[in-house]
Design a protein around this ligand. Structure first.
Ligand SMILES: [Zn+2]
Length: 84
């Protein structure tokens, strides 16, 4: 995270009312028929229930990132729980 970036106030959790904290999270996004893992996304995370929110500027950046990566997406393989 850039040090000159002001800490954003995410307010209260919409699920449980806990205080949201800024965290770097990894999220998967659907891009067509593929899933792309985006790491180090600055997001508000609830320490109580784990709910996450992205502020609008970050969500837009992620969208742009996904668009620029369309040519070489990461594949995420799924494992069926029932096959264990
Ligand atoms: Zn919560």
């Amino acid at each position: 995270m850039k040090s000159n970036e002001k800490q954003y106030d995410y307010g209260r959790c919409h699920v449980c009312g806990g205080r949201m904290e800024e965290r770097s999270v990894s999220q998967t996004y659907r891009a067509g028929n593929r899933w792309i893992l985006v790491t180090d996304v600055p997001a508000g995370a609830c320490p109580e229930c784990g709910a996450r929110v992205l502020r609008s500027g970050v969500a837009k950046r992620v969208e742009e990132l996904l668009r620029s990566r369309r040519g070489r997406p990461l594949r995420i393989r799924a494992v069926a729980w029932s096959s264990q």
